[in-house]
Design a protein around this ligand. Structure first.
Ligand code: MEV
Length: 432
């Protein structure tokens, strides 16, 4: 029977490890060794990681890879990707190479607006609230001038503050719906600091004027449909003659695959999951908030009332066009960007992009990943490539030696990979 622990966060790191190992693992000695083995040998680097969060015991590794040959708006990029799924980076590289030979990707920043809201309740007359809001609007902005000073100097800051009547959705519910320009920062701390100050001004002025307002909370929104980037790729039908399939046939199947994702949420979720394979890998590598991006992107995928495909394709005359629009609130300064050594390196590999440039690159990664997935799905099927990449995982799970791995990778070059087949082939080698 486990007992609650008191004051755990105050334990030393060693004591925390001991406590977890002793109380929650079968083999405490091995658990302790494992947790300590994953420490960084450079104590300075380890300290940086220890201090990101509370109760750090160890580090958790994910592969850091690169996908080269991404031609984006005329410039060649190498994309750093952090992901565990075996086929994702290979697929990205393949899609990059495909579009490199066909003019690459083009991108457009549609908007960079971030959002934050003060949520409150008010039961009085709407007109009174509206005129009160107009009276205090300037003061709301003035009272955050210290917070916004440096952002304003660089051309950013508060873009708008609007009183929104939400009483149609929820009784007596109103918002200050605020928009911001946060330049190269993701802006969460900046926005939240402004919002909490807005709420204080709102409450103070309401109390002074005898208006009964109850503020519930102040927080940024991770739904940023106006912080939007478009990425696209296009080529002639002739250039789509691939994998032994004609451009006509390939594009028809490809467009049908997207039409299916537009009409069926079950398929759309998987379709978009493939997009997010590329998006998340870059978002993680660059130290951005993948939960925020995921939540915002999926909300965007539902913006027309039902969950749908994030990508689109069409044929116009002889041209095949394939595109994506993604809401992405990303930062290339602040947050982990100057703290995590691998994040710094990832940004350097990307040539120190601005937040807008990173939006473009991430959207391309998502589009490329979707292209690779659909290309396989409508031609050879996904398992051929997937299982080839997964072969190494299977061999490692089965305890194959380096020599056996080498032999079996060659053996499976022209054969279908599956668990049973790999097991049998390995047993045959072992039998000699
Ligand atoms: C697997 O990680 C992603 C795919 O399922 C995406 C898709 O089906 O489009 C291959």
């Amino acid at each position: 029977m486990h007992q609650p622990v008191v004051g755990f966060s105050k334990f030393s790191k060693e004591d925390k490890i001991d406590w977890v190992a002793q109380n929650y693992t079968k083999d405490p000695k091995n658990a302790k060794i494992l947790l300590e083995r994953y420490w960084n040998s450079d104590s300075k680097v380890q300290k940086v990681h220890d201090e990101f969060i509370e109760n750090t015991l160890s580090n958790y590794y994910l592969p850091f890879a690169v996908a080269p040959n991404f031609l984006i708006d005329g410039n060649l990029h190498v994309l750093p990707m952090v992901i565990e799924e075996s086929s994702v980076v290979a697929a990205a590289g393949k899609a990059a190479k495909f579009w490199l030979d066909r003019g690459g990707f083009k991108t457009t920043i549609v908007g960079t607006e971030k959002v934050g809201q003060v949520h409150f309740f008010y039961t009085g007359q709407k007109e009174k609230l509206q005129s009160f809001f107009l009276d205090i609007k300037n003061e709301l902005i003035e009272n955050v001038s210290d917070i916004t000073q440096s952002m304003r100097k660089r051309g950013g800051g508060i873009s708008s503050i609007e009183l929104r009547d939400k009483t149609g959705e929820l009784a007596n519910y109103y918002q200050l719906h605020c928009t911001f320009e946060t330049l190269d920062a993701m802006g969460a701390n900046f926005i939240n600091s402004c919002l909490e100050e807005f709420a204080k001004t709102l409450e103070r002025q309401a109390a002074a004027q005898g208006i009964e307002i109850e503020v519930t909370m102040s927080i940024l929104s991770n739904y940023v449909p106006n912080c939007l980037v478009r990425a696209e790729a296009s080529c002639s039908m002739e250039q789509l003659n691939i994998d032994g399939v004609s451009g006509q046939e390939f594009s028809k199947k490809f467009i049908n695959a997207i039409a299916i994702a537009k009409s069926d949420p079950h398929r759309a979720v998987t379709h978009n999951k493939g997009v997010m394979n590329g998006v998340d890998a870059l978002v993680l590598a660059t130290g951005n908030d993948f939960r925020a991006v995921e939540a915002g992107v999926h909300a965007y995928a539902s913006k027309d009332g039902s969950y749908s495909s994030l990508t689109h394709a069409e044929i116009r005359g002889d041209q095949f066009r394939f595109w994506i629009e993604l809401p992405l609130a990303l930062g290339t300064v602040g947050g982990l960007t100057s703290l995590h050594p691998m994040v710094k390196l990832a940004l350097e590999i990307l040539q120190k992009p601005s937040a807008e440039q990173l939006m473009r690159i991430v959207a391309v990664a998502g589009l490329a990943q979707n292209f690779a997935a659909l290309r396989s799905l409508v031609t050879t099927g996904i398992q051929k490539g997937h299982m080839k990449m997964h072969l190494m995982n299977l061999l490692n799970q089965m305890g194959a030696s380096e020599l056996e791995k080498k032999e079996l990778i060659t053996y499976f070059k022209d054969k279908t990979v599956n668990n049973a087949a790999v097991k049998e082939a390995l047993q045959n080698i072992k039998k000699g």
